[in-house]
Ligand binder design. Structure first.
Ligand code: NAP
Length: 312
């Protein structure tokens, strides 16, 4: 069984990399597969203040680098590969990628979640030309410009505060007049005089001629619409959208039990399929944070080891 891994982890966010660290450190032959970018959602996070023990000014990318190096130090193999299909039917599981098929005794699914889209006209057209889902990646394009941030959760409010370091003015568009974000973040947002809140509003269209020039807003209470144009001297503005996430479970439909699109596990991170575990934001859970994803990854890898010892 030389070419068979003990553990294959699909996804290299905090959950997947923590599983990689625990798997490799337990001397399991461990492979982490990532299709896009190491770190998952945290690479889009400008500051990570609430991960216990993180160094001052820790950013998503810097934390990802440390997660990755630590997993590799203990021997986890990390490969960039797009998983096309999985087969969990037999005792040996198969993970089919574009160029190769990998086999393993156990699997941890840690594919995370991807940013939700508003779905309005112009959003797709202007993505990368004014519309962004990542302040860390794109904030500096809007140095001294105006930007609009959409959403009322922790992500939107935290990133709105971060964007004030770059933008001249930040307008926060939220469809209600109360927030999902925690109280401290709400207070900090309200106290920031570069942020103006446009409450009970939603964006129904994003317009421009090649570059983003205006947004059409609808009042969610009165139904009235209005159009906000970029300052004439600026010519454009940024629209940063942080309205939640969709679980990345397309590959696992009909393979493991899902609820509302998320993977159902028990406290040991076991799915309904023997030898298949899940960790991080892809899992049905109440608190989606770096610390909970990392904890899930550790639990999943430890239980994968137990499963292998008992079954092989
Ligand atoms: P979230 O908490 O689900 O909030 C999404 C926000 O977007 C809500 O205010 C929602 O409005 C709004 N929204 C959803 N769909 C919309 C649409 N189609 N058009 C306009 N607005 C829409 O998502 P999140 O802020 O990304 O946070 C996700 C999880 O990560 C949360 O558990 C959060 O606490 C956590 N998080 C934590 C931190 C931290 O602790 N440092 C940082 C970031 C995120 P409604 O309120 O009207 O539903």
């Amino acid at each position: 069984m030389d070419n068979i891994y003990d553990l294959i982890i699909i996804g290299a966010g905090p959950g997947g990399l923590a599983a990689g660290l625990y798997g490799a450190r337990a001397k399991m032959k461990t492979l982490v597969l990532e299709k896009e970018k190491m770190g998952g959602q945290i690479v889009s996070t400008s500051e990570v203040e609430n991960y216990p023990g993180s160094v001052e000014n820790a950013t998503g990318p810097s934390l990802t680098k440390r997660f990755t190096e630590q997993a590799e130090k203990f021997g986890a193999e990390i490969k960039m590969a797009n998983v096309k299909e999985v087969n969990f039917d037999g005792k040996i599981k198969e993970v089919v990628c574009d160029n190769e098929t990998y086999k393993a005794k156990s699997i941890v699914i840690a594919t995370g979640a991807s940013p939700k889209k508003i779905g309005c006209p112009g959003e797709k057209e202007f993505t990368g030309k004014g519309v962004s889902y990542c302040a860390t990646c794109d904030a500096d394009f809007f140095e001294d410009f105006e930007v609009i941030v959409v959403g009322g959760g922790d992500s939107a409010l935290e990133e709105a505060i971060y964007l004030t370091k770059f933008a001249r003015k930040v307008y926060l568009v939220h469809r209600r007049d109360t927030f999902k974000a925690c109280n401290t973040v709400i207070e900090n947002t309200k106290a920031n005089d570069k942020i103006e809140m446009w409450l009970n509003k939603e964006i129904i269209e994003i317009k421009g001629d090649g570059i983003l020039e205006s947004v059409v807003l609808k009042d969610t209470v009165t139904g009235e619409t209005s159009e906000y144009f970029a300052d004439e001297d600026d010519g454009t503005m940024g629209v940063f959208i942080f309205i939640g996430f969709n679980p990345q479970t397309e590959l696992f439909k009909d393979k493991v039990e899902l609820r509302n699109g998320y993977i159902v596990t028990d406290e040991e991170m076991r799915t309904n399929i023997d030898g298949v575990f899940a960790a991080g934001d892809v899992r049905e859970k109440s608190l989606r944070q770096v610390v909970t994803a990392a904890a899930d990854g550790a639990i999943a890898a430890v239980n994968a080891e137990k499963y292998i010892n008992e079954n092989f």
